[in-house]
Write a protein that binds this ligand. Structure first.
Ligand code: AMP
Length: 222
């Protein structure tokens, strides 16, 4: 059955990195709502300006805008075999919308919650650097590029996201606790939740995720 794998966890838990690895391993498209919205925010049209301001302040973009973005993206043909979702859903209305989209498409939802102690999160976020071209993620403290400020993969410049400043990070972490963390109970009640230990190197965490998904596939087959 086609599967939508949702990565959940507070900002800095390593969702983006794991999402890239999963998309590559399972040959599924990566749908990262933060990236789609950042792209939309480049436009100087009113919608672009609105999204830019909301993102820079570390607030959530409205559920209505997200509904439009996600419906459009998941109905594209490359999502027929499933996809990896990063950054969505973040609120209960978004989770309910995803249930309905997945139901229409006949896709199963599996939620991977990446769990990490709070003290790790700040440092991970404050040091984060992203390649503007391929999206590879580095960290000044934990995973610097071979050459400072340059992507190892394609040699392009790395940038620090405008919302990775101290004030915005604190705002985003508290929004996560308030709006998104409760979704874990929602997904647990639907039997869709898998919890994974997010400590250690990215490939260790990835190994844990693949093992959980493998067990799930094996129990489907039996
Ligand atoms: P991310 O790259 O996932 O950390 O998202 C960056 C920013 O994009 C967030 O802080 C929000 O402003 C916005 N955003 C991304 N996904 C969502 C979502 N599902 N709901 C609301 N806002 C979102």
């Amino acid at each position: 059955m086609p599967e939508i794998i949702v990565l959940m966890g507070p900002q800095g838990a390593g969702k983006g990195t794991q999402a890239h690895l999963l998309a590559e391993r399972f040959n599924l498209p990566l749908v990262a709502t933060g990236d789609i919205l950042r792209e939309m925010a480049l436009s100087d049209a009113p919608l672009g300006l609105q999204i830019r301001a909301v993102q820079a302040a570390g607030q959530l973009v409205s559920d209505d805008i997200l509904a439009e973005v996600v419906k459009t993206r998941l109905s594209r043909s490359d999502c027929e075999a499933g996809c990896i979702l990063d950054g969505f859903p973040r609120t209960l209305p978004q989770a309910k919308l995803l249930e309905s989209i997945a139901g229409d498409l006949g896709h199963r939802i599996t939620v991977m919650s990446i769990e990490l102690p709070r003290e790790f999160l700040f440092k991970r976020l404050a040091g984060r650097q992203t390649c503007g071209v391929c999206g590879a993620i580095y960290n000044e403290y934990f995973k610097p590029g071979k050459k400072e400020g340059v992507c190892d993969v394609d040699g392009q410049a790395l940038f620090t996201r405008s919302d990775d400043n101290e004030e915005s990070i604190a705002q985003r972490l508290s929004l996560y606790d308030e709006k998104t963390r409760p979704l874990l109970d929602y997904y647990a009640s639907l039997g869709r939740l898998q919890r994974v230990d997010g400590t250690g190197a990215p490939d260790e965490v990835f190994g844990r995720i693949v093992k959980i998904l493998g067990k799930q596939t094996a129990s489907d087959a039996s």
